[in-house]
Structure formats: C-alpha cells, structure tokens
Design a protein around this ligand. Structure first.
Ligand code: GLN
Length: 386
C-alpha cells in the first residue's frame, strides 16, 4: 500500500467546501451564490493605481510588513473612520496576503501548542484549520439561532487559564450578526480576567445595515490585547488581489511580522500601491457601498423567503444563513447543496461547513449576495424552481 504522506495536522481537516462549491458551480454552469466574492467591478481608482504602479516598475518586494504609503493610508483611514483609534503605521501594522494570511500568521505568532482558542460557531471555515495549524485546540461557543445570541454562561464557561485567544468576526460570516457593545464588553471582561487576546476579523466592517459596527480594538480593556484583521478584498471588491493586514500593539505586531516574513515575504507590491489609493477614497464610497448591499440583501431575502427558506435578515456582511425546512426534508445540507448546484444550477454552501459537528448544520444552507442585481435576478429564477 502506498504510504500516506499527509502530516498529522493536514489529516485533521478537509478541503474548503466554500471553494469546492465554486468549482462545482463552474462545472455545472450554475449561478454562484456560494463563495463570497463580488461579480462587479472594483473602483476605477484602484485599477488606475495598480496599472500606474506596474508602468512605474513597482515590481520588486515591498517592505516585508507593507509599503509605507499603504500603511500610512491604512492608519489615516482608521483614524478618520473611528473616533479615538490611532494606529502607528511604523510599529502596529503588518500587510499580508489577504486576511487569510493575517489570521494564520497571527495565530502562529501568538499561540503555542496546547493553548485553547475560542471560536464562535457557526464559524467561517478557516478558523478551525487555522487553530489546528498553529497547534491550538479550538473551543467552540454556539451563537444561538434565530438571533445568533451569545449565552453568557456558555461563554464564561469556555474561558479558562488555558485560553490564549478568542476569535471574533464582526460583522459575522455566515450569520450576518454584528456584535453589540454589550457583547464586546463581556468579551473584554473575560479576555482581561484570563489574560487572553481578542483576534478579530473585520473584513465586512463597511457592510452593515442600520446597526453600528464596533471594532473590538476600540472597546475599553481590549485596546492592548486585540489584533484587528482586515483586507481590501470585500470593501473594494478585489478578493483575488490577496492584500490584507493586521493591526496590533507593537510587541504583538513584531511577532506577526516575523512569521509573515517567513510565510510569504510580502503581498504584491503594485497592488499595495493600489491599496494606498483605496485608502484615499472619500467617505461617500462607503455610504454608497452599504446602500448597494442593502438593495442586494433585500432582493435576495425576499426571493429566499418566497421559496420557503426561513432565516434572520442579516444586520451585516453579505450572507443569508437559512433553515432549509421542508425544502430538504432529509436534512442533509451537504447532499442538498450538491444537488441544487446541478439542477436548477444554484450554488450555495451547506451549513455543515460552519460547525465542528457537521450535523449541527445539516438543516442549514448559506447564500451569498455580493452580486450584480442581474446575477441575483438570474439566481431568483433558479431559486424559484427549488
Ligand atoms: N469569505 C468568503 C466566504 O466565506 C470566502 C473567502 C475565501 O474563500 N477565501 O465565502
């Protein structure tokens, strides 16, 4: 028998189902509401800046932890967006290959084998494998449907002296939950009591509907123990550029920078120049973006409700996590998603992908809506056939 070359770590998790659904969708010619990426153009300012950088021969490595103009831009945009939050671009920022690298680099830089990392469930697929790759043990805390609330007792019980960090994702993928100040205050209290870090993925920060996005780094008690992860990907519709960053106190940042350097050396230099242009976009860009997403959300939600799905309308991000109910009486969302991607040709992500125990998501499916209205109308025709 051939030898199995998989490492013990690699053997503990599977290929990403989110990315797999995109491939199945391409093969079947379906409409892709699975993987969360925009099908519309990015701002012209970013394209112009990227092209100009290549024409100017910005072809060699940027500074490992990020081109200065881009870091300065990120720091200025943070200060302009959130009262009282200042970031030192020289010591508190690390530019990475997308938020995916920012998260794994952060975990590798801050967590030791045997440490526990708290992850809210349902979760974005990457966090489990991220924890495993860093040697940590994930500890899951349920967000309870229908409003995805936290049970304070359960969260308190998850923290212990083994807890090294908690991963927060607000606005949250896949539920659309936006963490409230009260919830973040509780997380702050527990992180202080157990001397734990708050690792927060805020890639949907500007995609919120009628609620306030509170960055954990601005919550009293979390300022000195938070790593904020973000990227150009969602806010500027450039998921394939792979440009993200981490913001953290200088001491933590210096660990992240070292790990990042040996993982990837750096993100694409000409695209960091475009990132600087992105940071200079006016506030109206974000207002218009949120309004466009609201229109997409409302369209998809009404289509899904008409089809018989039940769900809580998301307060943020660009996903709707649905109960399949009578649409999938067998409650096997993995098989259901694989069936509907072929006929009627609509790709979504089975709920099983968002739980450590997949059976918890067997009656759920996630639809993404970062799409042109015409794409959502095409999806609507297919969803109506379910
Ligand atoms: N965040 C996106 C999703 O959940 C995908 C991100 C990715 O595939 N890297 O669909």
């Amino acid at each position: 028998m051939a030898r199995n070359w998989a490492s013990k770590k690699a053997a503990t998790f599977e290929e990403s189902v989110i990315r797999e659904m995109s491939r199945l969708c391409a093969a079947s010619g379906g409409v892709n509401l699975a993987q969360g990426f925009p099908d519309f153009a990015c701002p012209q300012e970013l394209k112009d800046a990227a092209k100009a950088a290549i024409d100017d021969d910005v072809n060699q490595y940027a500074i490992t932890w990020g081109a200065k103009a881009f870091r300065d831009g990120i720091a200025a945009k943070v200060a302009a967006t959130y009262d009282g939050w200042t970031v030192d671009p020289e010591t508190e920022l690390c530019v990475t290959c997308g938020s995916t690298e920012a998260m794994i680099a952060t975990l590798l830089a801050t967590v030791d084998p045997g440490d526990e990392v708290i992850v809210f469930e349902p979760f974005y697929e990457n966090y489990g494998p991220d924890a495993v790759l860093s040697g940590a043990t994930p500890v899951y805390v349920t967000l309870h449907a229908p409003d995805w609330s936290i049970d304070e007792g359960e969260l308190r019980a998850a923290f212990s002296d083994r807890t090294r960090a908690i991963i927060v994702n607000t606005p949250h993928n896949p539920t659309g939950k936006v963490f409230t100040r009260a919830e973040l205050d509780l997380i702050s209290e527990l992180c202080q009591r157990h001397d734990a870090l708050c690792l927060t993925d805020e890639i949907y920060e500007h995609i919120v509907y009628d609620v306030e996005h509170v960055p954990p780094a601005t919550v009293p008690g979390l300022e000195d123990r938070t790593v904020t992860i973000n990227a150009l990907s969602k806010t500027y519709a450039v998921t394939g550029w792979r440009v993200g960053w981490s913001i953290a106190p200088a001491e933590i940042t210096s660990s992240i920078r070292k790990v990042h350097d040996f993982l990837t050396v750096g993100a694409a230099a000409p695209l960091q120049a475009a990132g600087a242009a992105a940071m200079a976009l006016p506030p109206s860009y974000y207002v218009e973006e949120a309004a466009s997403y609201r229109e997409r959300r409302d369209l998809l939600c009404s289509v899904l409700a008409d089809a018989g799905f039940s769900f809580r309308v998301p307060d943020g991000a660009y996903y709707v996590l649905c109960e399949t109910g009578d649409l999938d009486p067998g409650r096997d969302s993995s098989a259901y998603a694989r069936r509907i991607v072929v006929d009627p040709g609509i790709a979504a992500v089975p709920g099983t992908s968002f739980y450590a125990d997949p059976s918890m998501g067997a009656g759920q499916i996630r639809f993404a809506f970062p799409k042109k209205l015409e794409t959502l109308h095409a999806a609507a025709e297919r969803i109506a056939k379910l």
